[in-house]
Design a protein around this ligand. Structure first.
Ligand code: PEP
Ligand code: CO
Length: 434
C-alpha cells in the first residue's frame, strides 16, 4: 500500500542497486543500544521523546534548520529530565523522514489529474506533470540529505553544541505572555540547578551526556528505499535496517497481512506502529493480536513500541481497549502517545491546523488512562520544528486561525513551533511521573 507507481522499472532497479552499494547511515550497535533503552522505558526507567517534521523537505537540509531542530529537542529533553527525574531517550523524526502516505494516490485540479505529492524522496510538490512523476533517483538524493543531516547532528552533539546551561541558548521571551509565567520562570530556574546537580553527581558535563543518546527515526513507508539499506551485519544474527535506528509503520499501512508488516517482521531494529481510531475498540483485539504475533513473537524487550494517536475527543473511548488488548497478549510493549495526528482540523480558509490545547488534553488524558489501567505512558511523539512557524494555534502567545497565514511552511501536517514545543514539554513534564 502507498507505494509510488514508478513508471520505469529499469531505472528503479538501477537506482535501488546503487543505493544498496552505499554505506549504511547508522550502525547495528547503535540500534541495539536504542532497543535496550526502549525496553527500559517500557519498564518506567526511561522516557522517550520523539519529534521532528511531519515531512522533511530536501531544501530544509540546512545548517539553520538542523541546528534549530536539535536545539528544541535537547531543550525539551532537559525539561523532561527535570520534571520526570528519568533519563530521556532523544529520537529525532529526521534524517530520512521524506516519504508520506496520502489519502488519495492522485490529485485533480481544474480537470487535470496528476499523482499526489508523496514526499520529496518520491516526487516534487509543484502541480506539474514532470514534477509529480515519481522519480526513483530521488531516493539517492534522499539518502544523501539523510547522510548530511545525520553527519552534522553527530558532530554537533559530540562537539559541545549541547552546552545547554548557557541561558542565551534558551529563547524564553514567550514565557511572560502566558498566565503560567511565574510557574515557567520557576521551572527554568530549577533547570539550571538540575543540570548542575547532574554534573556534580556524575562528573560529566551535560554536553557529554547528550553525546550518548541522540537517535533517528522515520516512517518506513517507501519499501524500495528501506530494503536497499537493509543489510546483514558481520558477526550478528539477522537483518538490520541501517537507514535509521527506529523505523515505524504508519497507521495506513499497519495491517498485519500488509507488505510493511511483512518487511518489518524480518528486521532486528526496534520498531514503532501507529494506532489510530480507524480501528474501533471492539475490533482492537482482532487487529492487535496478529500484529503482535508477527512483529513481536519473542517478547524481546524494546522491540515493539505502540504509538497511539486517537485525538483528544476519542482517546478516553479507545485507549482503554488498546491497553487491555495488549495486556491479554502477555507481551510487553512501550506505549507512546502521538497527540498530533488525531487532532488535525481545517480552518475556514482551508489550512490544516491543530490546537495546542487539544494536543495537551490528549497527552494529559493518556497519562491518566494508562495510570488507571495499571499501564504506563513511556513516551511522546511530536511534529515540531525549531523555527518560528505559525502552523498550530494556541500556546502562550495565543495564536489564532487568522495568525496562521504568515509563517505557514509545512507542505503536509502542521507542527508546533519552538515556543509551543518548549511550553508543551513544561506542561507535561511534571504530570508524567505525577
Ligand atoms: C505521520 O506520522 O506523519 C503520519 C502519517 O502518522 P499516521 O500514520 O499516524 O497518520
Ligand atoms: Co504528520
Amino acid at each position: 500500500m502507498h507505494q509510488p507507481g514508478y513508471p520505469d522499472a529499469a531505472s528503479l532497479k538501477e537506482a535501488a542497486g546503487e543505493l544498496a552499494s552505499f554505506p549504511p547511515l547508522v550502525t547495528s550497535w547503535e540500534i541495539e543500544r536504542l532497543k535496550e533503552r526502549l525496553g527500559e522505558a517500557a519498564e518506567g526507567r526511561r522516557f522517550l521523546l520523539q519529534g521532528g517534521d511531519c515531512a522533511e523537505q530536501f531544501n530544509g537540509c540546512t545548517s539553520d534548520e538542523i541546528t534549530a531542530k536539535l536545539k528544541i529537542l535537547l531543550q525539551m529533553s532537559l525539561v523532561l529530565v527535570q520534571g520526570t527525574r528519568l533519563p530521556v531517550i532523544r529520537v529525532g523524526r529526521l534524517g530520512g523522514q521524506y516519504a508520506k502516505p496520502r489519502s488519495s494516490p492522485t490529485e485533480t485540479r481544474d480537470g487535470v489529474e496528476l499523482p499526489s505529492y508523496f514526499g520529496d524522496i518520491v516526487n516534487r510538490p509543484e502541480f506539474e506533470e514532470h514534477s509529480r512523476k515519481p522519480d526513483p533517483w530521488r531516493m539517492l538524493r534522499g539518502y544523501e540529505r539523510s547522510a548530511l543531516t545525520i553527519n552534522f547532528i553527530r558532530a554537533l552533539v559530540g562537539g559541545g553544541f549541547a552546552d545547554l546551561h548557557h541561558p542565551e541558548y534558551w529563547d524564553l521571551g514567550w514565557v511572560e505572555h502566558s498566565p503560567h509565567a511565574s510557574e515557567y520562570q520557576e521551572m527554568v530556574g530549577q533547570l539550571g540547578d538540575a543540570v548542575q546537580f547532574m554534573e556534580t553527581l556524575t562528573g560529566i558535563s551535560v554536553g557529554d551526556l547528550s553525546r550518548v543518546d541522540f537517535f533517528t527515526s522515520h516512517e518506513a513507508l517507501l519499501l524500495e528505499y528501506e530494503a536497499a539499506l537493509t543489510r546483514m551485519v558481520p558477526r550478528r544474527h539477522g537483518w538490520y535496517n541501517l537507514s535509521t535506528h527506529f523505523p515505524w509503520i504508519g497507521m495506513r499501512t499497519a495491517a498485519a497481512d500488509g507488505a510493511h508488516v511483512e518487511f518489518m517482521r524480518g528486521i532486528r531494529n526496534p520498531i514503532g506502529v501507529k494506532i489510530g481510531p480507524s480501528v474501533e475498540p471492539h475490533e482492537i483485539s482482532g487487529f492487535i493480536n496478529p500484529l503482535i504475533d508477527a512483529l513481536h513473537p519473542d517478547d524481546e524487550p524494546g522491540r515493539l513500541t505502540l504509538i497511539h494517536r486517537y485525538g483528544a475527543s476519542k482517546v478516553a473511548d479507545y485507549l482503554p481497549a488498546l491497553i487491555e488488548a495488549v495486556k491479554s497478549t502477555g507481551r510487553r510493549v512501550l506505549f507512546v502517545c502521538d497527540p498530533m495526528h488525531g487532532n488535525t482540523r481545517s480552518t475556514d480558509k482551508g489550512l490544516k491546523t491543530r490546537r495546542f490545547d487539544d494536543i495537551l488534553m490528549e497527552l494529559e488524558q493518556s497519562i491518566e488512562i494508562h495510570r488507571n489501567f495499571d499501564s504506563r505512558l513511556g513516551g511522546v511523539h511530536f511534529e515540531l520544528t525549531g523555527d518560528n512557524v505559525t502552523e498550530c494555534t494556541g500556546g502562550a502567545r495565543g495564536l489564532t486561525d487568522d495568525d496562521l497565514g504568515d509563517g505557514y511552511r509545512s507542505l503536509v501536517d502542521p507542527r508546533l513551533n519552538y515556543e509551543q514545543a518548549l511550553e508543551m514539554a513544561m506542561l507535561i513534564a511534571r504530570r508524567i511521573t505525577g
